[in-house]
Write a protein that binds this ligand. Structure first.
Ligand code: GLA
Ligand code: GLA
Length: 754
């Protein structure tokens, strides 16, 4: 088996991407928004199946993901297959017009397999073998497991390749959920091959990993080790660790490709996908890379309860849309209400079920699926919400599920499918390397999180009514006016050159603290921080620093396993924040800027008692530097979202920028865009646009409606207001719609070119 090293081989782009293929529905023309969920009929007696299908039709369900955890029902004993029950349910669903996204069923293997082949079980970093009994208890690199899994894939493909109700293949499930990091000997062997493919010579690897440190010189690829537990106080080599993270993503991707191709050789015509996991605390894989290998991008999104709920959803979705290169994507799972896997599982409040689903559509989803159709009565997920709750069809949740089905049908009939989210002017850049690297335990602070900083910047842009896109670092961001790099710790020389070219050509770059400190080998750039690109990043930013000032009380989040001894406090008695001259507060990290280019402008300095105590009084904190035809901002410290928004307003983002009035619905920025209380997203297709206005506030918000016909007014009061606070900029009265809490307005407009 050979593992490819995508990162080493080149950028992921549309040239190497599989062609976009979207599953057809069983509607007359195969079109429409897909609606449904995971369906586990094997958890129930067959006598419930007809009721399931009747209620699915009542709810306008037109698609289900089937058989995801059914391996032990499909192959109850080695080599003994039972597809009859699956035939029966697929036939029933097909007759009811419900398309099947058929799983490869390999996510949870039967116990007989583990009993016979315990050598497929993963091993944790301490050398403990993981026990079977849950799911994904297998090594991604096990040749034995692969043989069994591919055989099942082949059997399924042979049996269902021509079934008209099977319209897509759902490979495995959330690859890596439980076996992301495997420290087995199989994994070590595969890692050695991966390193050989990436580096070619052992000298190149020694150089890249900096193995002169701590006698880590490697004589041969056969001496390469996984970063296993090396003792209580041991610290892994971060270069090796980063490669291990990349390898883990690649190893699972290779396994996915093997499963996909086992089916594709027999059934090449139906599209393939697998469900990614992009939501608030997860972005486990290099999904920008994985996206090249699916025919359409799918994601599972679970809401983050509390005030960030909608914003976090939009941020995650924006990144997924970026993975999909702006094409429609498939929401494979979300929840109708509470999950059961957090310490405290909040339910969704009234309106959130439909609001969330419509928000996903606004952000580019053409398919809205839930985990799962019928709530389980036993097993680990019995208290996870579903479309059909324990209490049955006479429930608020099921009524909402039915209402949502009707709304999605309406959107499908209005021609939404295939339209694209209109790009914003700003791209916030995300990269898996930096996400993995900021979790490294040997940085100046263990509190870094690239992905969470992306989210804070995303929310701050919403707060100034200037929505940004979240875009993979390796994507083409040259079409944006502004790029933002929040804690992009890892920047290769090539990426710094792209950044410099972007600014030189007239773009604006906003570069955050702890960005560009190391290259793709995790080597620190020399000559002063930030040192990426051999000084080019410093030239662009017009700053140079010698140190970092690390602050903050880490006690609250705990430091489990970080080796700090549990107190987690940087310095008892020292100020835990530092004030700035513009009123902002630095919370965790300050790049101490010692030199500023003569042509750079210092926009804010550290100031006040806290700054004096840290010997930072007067030190530049935010710097603007014109470079070529563009501008670079260096925001050298960690702000909360309010202070980020303040910075954005100060430098001209948000209100007033491109604002249109409601008399001109076709102005560049429709009116909702200028209101921070509204998440406003436009989807466009040839000849038609759809505007989604979603209330971010907990109380009523008025949308000054742009031209267009109302398609959906969910938890809204529509009407005409005359001057009562809803006049346009010129003072003329205009149509206004009041969005209540969780309210969503969707309008449609024929384009001018029609
Ligand atoms: C110990 C070790 C050194 C170095 C320092 C770092 O003192 O002996 O090699 O690791 O810690 O603080
Ligand atoms: C994941 C899995 C599902 C289910 C849900 C529960 O997304 O893919 O099988 O376990 O979580 O939230």
């Amino acid at each position: 088996m050979s593992l490819s090293t995508t990162k080493a081989l080149g950028r992921s782009d549309s040239a190497i991407r599989r062609p976009f293929r979207w599953p057809t529905l069983l509607t007359d023309n195969g079109a429409g928004l897909a609606y449904g969920g995971d369906y586990n009929p094997d958890q129930w007696p067959e006598t419930t199946w007809d009721e399931d299908i009747r209620l699915m039709r009542q709810a306008h369900v037109n698609t289900v993901a089937l058989g995801i955890f059914s391996w032990s029902r499909l192959e109850p004993r080695e080599g003994e297959y039972d597809f009859d029950w699956l035939d029966r349910i697929i036939d029933k669903l097909g007759r009811a017009g419900i398309a099947v996204d058929l799983a490869s069923a390999t996510a949870a293997a039967p116990l007989w397999l583990y009993e016979r082949h315990p050598e497929v079980l993963p091993v944790d970093r301490y050398g403990h073998v993981v026990n079977p009994g849950s799911r994904q208890s297998w090594r991604p690199t096990s040749p034995v497991f692969r043989t069994y899994a591919l055989e099942l894939c082949r059997r399924l493909a042979e049996r269902y390749k021509d079934h008209p109700a099977v319209t897509a293949w759902h490979m495995n499930n959330e690859y890596g959920w439980n076996n992301r990091n495997d420290y087995s000997d199989d994994s070590q062997r595969a890692f050695r091959e991966w390193c050989r493919a990436k580096y070619g010579t052992i000298d190149a690897l020694n150089e890249a990993w900096g193995t002169a440190f701590w006698s880590q010189h490697v004589n041969d690829f056969d001496e390469i080790l996984l970063p296993r537990h090396m003792g209580g106080d041991a610290m892994a080599n971060p270069s090796q660790q980063l490669d291990y993270e990349r390898f883990g993503s690649d190893a699972l991707k290779e396994f996915y490709k093997a499963e996909r191709d086992a089916i594709a050789r027999i059934c090449p015509d139906k599209p393939f996908t697998t469900n990614f996991m992009v939501s608030t605390d997860q972005c486990a894989m290099d999904y920008a890379d994985w996206s090249d290998e699916v025919d359409f991008v799918s994601n599972d999104h679970y809401f983050h309860e509390g005030e960030s709920h909608l914003d976090e959803l939009a941020c995650s979705d924006s990144l997924v849309s970026g993975f999909a290169l702006g094409r429609p994507w498939y929401l494979m799972e979300h929840s109708t209400s509470a999950v059961q896997w957090k310490p405290l599982n909040a339910r969704k409040r009234h309106g959130e079920l439909i609001r969330d689903a419509l928000a996903h559509v606004a952000m580019g989803a053409d398919a809205i699926n839930f985990f799962q159709w019928r709530q389980s009565r036993s097993g680990a997920e019995a208290f996870h919400s579903a479309m059909l709750p324990h209490a049955g069809a006479g429930t608020r949740v099921f009524r909402d599920v039915c209402e949502l089905g009707g709304l999605l049908k309406r959107l499908g009939e209005a021609g939404l499918q295939g339209s694209r989210v209109a790009p914003s002017r700003t791209a916030i850049l995300f990269d898996a390397d930096s996400e993995w690297a900021t979790r490294c335990q040997t940085l100046p602070s263990m509190k870094l999180s690239h992905w969470h900083d992306v989210r804070d910047w995303y929310r701050a842009f919403l707060d100034v009514a200037d929505r940004a896109d979240v875009v993979p670092l390796r994507a083409d961001w040259s079409g944006y006016d502004t790029i933002v790099l929040p804690t992009v710790l890892v920047l290769s020389a090539a990426d710094v050159r792209r950044l410099a070219d972007f600014v030189r050509g007239g773009g604006t770059a906003i570069v955050g603290y702890a960005t560009g400190l190391v290259d793709e080998r995790f080597h620190v750039g020399l000559g002063g921080y930030p040192g990426a690109g051999d000084g080019l990043l410093r030239d662009v930013l017009g700053v140079r620093g010698e140190e970092f000032n690390i602050i903050g009380d880490e006690g609250e989040d705990g430091c489990d396993g970080c080796g700090c001894g549990g107190d987690g406090v940087t310095a008892v008695g020292d100020p835990a924040t530092v004030g700035l001259s513009n009123g902002a507060v630095c919370r965790l990290w300050a790049n101490v800027v010692d030199e500023v280019a003569p042509d750079a402008a210092v926009l804010a300095r550290y100031e006040g008692d806290t700054a004096t105590e840290w010997e930072l009084d007067g030190t530049p904190a935010i710097v603007r530097h014109d470079y070529g035809d563009g501008t670079a901002y260096f925001v050298g410290c960690d702000f909360d979202r309010g202070d980020i928004a303040r910075f954005l307003r100060d430098v001209g983002y948000g209100r007033g920028r491109g604002r249109a009035d409601c008399a001109d619905g076709w102005a560049d920025e429709p009116s909702g865009q200028s209101d921070a209380r509204i998440l406003h997203v436009t989807r466009e297709t040839d000849g038609r646009r759809f505007d989604f206005y979603i209330n971010r506030a907990h109380d009523d918000t008025v949308v000054r409606e742009p031209a267009g016909e109302t398609l959906i007014a969910y938890r809204c009061d529509t009407g005409v207001a005359d001057g009562a606070g809803v006049a346009d900029a010129a003072g003329a009265a205009c149509r206004a719609v009041t969005l209540h809490r969780n309210g969503v307005l969707v309008t449609t407009t024929a384009s001018r070119t029609q």
